[in-house]
Design a binder for this molecule. Sequence first.
Ligand SMILES: Cc1cc2nc3c(=O)[nH]c(=O)nc-3n(C[C@H](O)[C@H](O)[C@H](O)COP(=O)(O)OP(=O)(O)OC[C@H]3O[C@@H](n4cnc5c(N)ncnc54)[C@H](O)[C@@H]3O)c2cc1C
Length: 396
Amino acid sequence: MTAKTVLVSGASIAGPSAAFWLHRAGYRVTVVETAPALRPGGQAVDFRGEQVKLLDAMGVLGDVRRHETAMGDQTLLGLDARPLFTVPGAAWSGEVEILRGDLARILYEHTRDYTEYVFGDRVTSLTETADGVDVTFAHGSPRSFDLVVGADGVHSGVRAAAFGPERDFRRDLGFGIAGFTAPNHLGLDHTSVMYNEPGRGLTVGSHRLPDRLHVALVFAADGVEFRRRNADEQRALVTRLFADTGWETPKLLEALPAATDLYVDSISQIHLHRWSKGRVVLLGDAAWCAGPGGSGTGLAMMGAQVLAGELAAAGGDHATAFAKYEQRLRKPATVGQKNGKGSGNFLAPRTAAKIRSRNRAYRMLSTRVFGKVFTWMTDRAANAVEYREYPALTAA
Ligand SMILES: Cc1cc2nc3c(=O)[nH]c(=O)nc-3n(C[C@H](O)[C@H](O)[C@H](O)COP(=O)(O)OP(=O)(O)OC[C@H]3O[C@@H](n4cnc5c(N)ncnc54)[C@H](O)[C@@H]3O)c2cc1C
């Protein structure tokens, strides 16, 4: 019997994770990614509890640990750019923390031997037939697959083709996010610093690569248009928005022209009533993007395992499997969206008064008792989906 085929759109976190588990479920997987190569960049993502079990089950935990940030304390600066207090790294970094770009590369390397990866292309139309989905691409020839998985993020092409335009599902939270690396002129060593001015927040840290700084910018962005900007326009946008910002900002911005890993987007959420339509199913940010602080990476990876597990358990009956997959993931995704909703206001409060009150709340994290409460809360969110073995997924 020939193996069933799946097209997965997106090669970041959800896509390669889906390739891993769908291969275990016996599918032949093709991943199409619009970018010409794997995309570097993005901030650190952390794993705890059940999610660490998942990394272990995928056989990637060793590689993830070899690339962990081992991030230490974060110092919060006041409005005058002087240190206010320090928050222990453990509050944010979980059991193991890794850069998104490193994780995407590890997942790709673990799956490329048995997955057909196609870079520089994208789905342009999906037509469901009696026994599959006919797919057209921007560049490649038309093909048919048994199933299609949209793991292509907030701006999912699969979602647009199967469910309708992005504007029907995307809720902007009024902030933008940008990230890039710069030379470590601050001499930070496994530590980070956070600085705010009204409506602008910078978090700057250094970890595995001692000569590099990871710069994360969050900014109030009402009315800012993020889509259809090329890299130069993105650089210009970030430079304009942070032009008159104090502290070390001018020096950090000097690195922008040479940055090849710049990532800029709105902080948005995706809300859909259903994550599947016929033979097409959405996974990760394409289905339930929560924004920073919403456990998006861990949930996307867990979702991939549940999706493949349910397909295997249902003997390939996709309607049953997609319904069960959604049943298990819907609540944790909603919790993630609740947690992610306030991320912009926390990272870039809009007024000096709001920065001060955020600082007061944040300072509590530096105390033992509140630090423990915070860790308990983040652990609970990370463990919202229990790692369950599906017997049909154990043998490749
Ligand atoms: C370069 C990059 C940097 C990021 N940095 C941050 C960050 O700093 N903070 C944060 O909170 N989140 C960030 N994210 C988002 C974060 O990775 C996700 O929230 C989370 O890991 C879930 O991943 P995902 O695979 O579902 O979606 P994503 O990580 O967004 O991946 C979607 C993938 O699909 C590709 N794609 C998009 N459209 C199409 C299409 N039409 N056809 C084919 N492929 C397509 C994208 O290029 C990307 O590789 C970043 C994502 C990327 C791609």
